[in-house]
Every structure is written in C-alpha cells, then in structure tokens.
Design a binder for this molecule. Structure first.
Ligand code: F6R
Length: 240
C-alpha cells in the first residue's frame, strides 16, 4: 500500500484530487467508485471547481456508489443518492443516468443486491474512493463481515449509528440497516483511493496499514490490493 501523509484536510483533498484527475484524464469514460461521508467532500469540491474552471468533462464517466440506507431514496435529504447529487453530480456535466447506487426503497432486498452485483461485474471501478470508519469499516462492512461478501444488507453497529448521527437531527432518525458493496466488490476495483483525516481515525488507519489482515478490521483487506493508495492527514497517521 502506498501511504501519502499530508499536513491537513485541505492537502489530503488536493492529493486525492490529483489521483482522481489522472484517472479521468487517462480515460474520459472511466468508472468511478464513489463514497459519501465527510471525508471525500474536499475532493468532490475540487472536482467541481476543476470542471468549472478547466472544463474537465464527466459526460462519459459512469459512477457506482458504495452504499445506501435502507428505506431512503432521493426524496430524503439524508439519503446517499441525495448526498451525491448535492455534493458532486449537480456541479459536473455528468449524465445522472450514468450514476448508480443501491435502491434503498427496493421491494425485494435480495433481488436488489443481485442487481447491483451484476452491475458491478460489468462496471469494474477504474478507481474506488473510500473513507474509513473509526472501527475500521469500509463502506458499511462492519467488523466481522466476511471478506468474500458481495453487496448485501447490513444491520449497522451502534458505533456507526453514533458516528453518523451527527448528520441527522436525532440519533433515533439514523436508519438501522443499509445496503453496501461487500469487500469483494471493493477489492475488484482496479485502483483504490482511501482517505482518512482526524485523530478519531488514527487507530483504524493503523489497523489498515500495519495491523493483522483480519475480518475484525474490514479495511485491513486492502493490504492485499495491488494498487491501493492511502492519503491521510497527520492526525490520522499519528499511530503509524
Ligand atoms: C460512505 C461509507 C462509509 C464512510 C465512513 C467514514 O459511503 O461507505 O464507510 O466512508 O463511515 O465516514 P466519514 O467520511 O463521514 O468519516
């Protein structure tokens, strides 16, 4: 794993943007695997600014997102489909038809997981952007998820519900279940770009880079990926 330590969030976002820009410049029809959460917001702002100022086009780009809350769709401002439109897609010339995410309102969750897995097979990510949870989760793959798992529905852990509650009015409002790509779908990406900032991520980042490869720390599987880059700030890197 390549590790790039930056002084702060701003520099982390700039480095991540450089990597993203290279992917899109090399292949204007790239498949981008995207994440939600606070971590990639700086990267997304830089993609939007670059599109505005330099005209980098996303017309042919296709995207696949990691995860979505069960029970929410674009009509909810807490859904991840809404998050992506607000924070990235509406600032680019991307065709929304080329953007993909699990359908949180699907009637048959098993069928929805099968649909998403089939899609990911024909849309292998040229790059997959990831954040990391303070418990080492990637996407919504919580500790204990089998490395072989593909898209599935998960019950979120108390720690993740608590982490995510800052984005909701009340902790009771955080959905308890979510759709998520599995570690296997993530590992299938050609390139992984994982970002981390802040001291609350330091323990997870240590496990990601130097810990034992174990399902107890889902991100540790990335040590086996042939092209994985971690960009993190000094606070997140403090235990390395
Ligand atoms: C988001 C996702 C999550 C986050 C992680 C970190 O799509 O899959 O795994 O990447 O929870 O969240 P933030 O960036 O908010 O600290």
């Amino acid at each position: 794993m390549k590790v790039i330590i930056t002084k702060d969030y701003e520099e982390m976002s700039s480095k991540a943007f450089e990597i993203m820009k290279e992917v899109v410049t090399e292949n204007p029809a790239a498949v981008l695997g995207l994440a939600t959460g606070s971590t990639p917001l700086g990267l997304y702002a830089k993609m939007a600014a670059d599109h505005r100022e330099n005209g980098t086009s996303y017309k042919q780009v296709r995207t696949v997102n990691l995860d979505e809350y069960e029970g929410l769709d674009a009509t909810s401002d807490q859904s991840y489909v809404y998050f992506m439109r607000e924070n990235l897609f509406r600032h680019l010339d991307i065709d929304l038809k080329n953007t993909n995410i699990e359908n949180g309102k699907a009637k048959d969750p098993e069928e929805e997981c099968a649909r998403y897995n089939a899609l990911l097979e024909v849309m292998r990510q040229d790059v997959q952007v990831l954040g990391i949870g303070s418990n080492g989760h990637i996407a919504f793959n919580e500790p204990g998820t089998p490395f072989e798992a593909e898209t599935h529905v998960v019950a979120l852990t108390e720690s993740t519900i608590k982490d995510n509650s800052r984005l909701f009015a009340r902790v009771e409002d955080v959905p308890r279940r979510a759709y998520t790509m599995g570690p296997k779908n993530i590992m299938n990406a050609k390139k992984i770009l994982i970002l981390a900032n802040g001291a609350n991520k330091a323990k997870a980042v240590y496990g990601l880079v130097k810990g034992e490869i174990t399902e107890s720390l889902p991100a540790s599987i990335l040590q086996r990926h042939p092209d994985c880059t971690l960009v993190c700030d000094e606070a997140a890197a403090s235990l390395l």
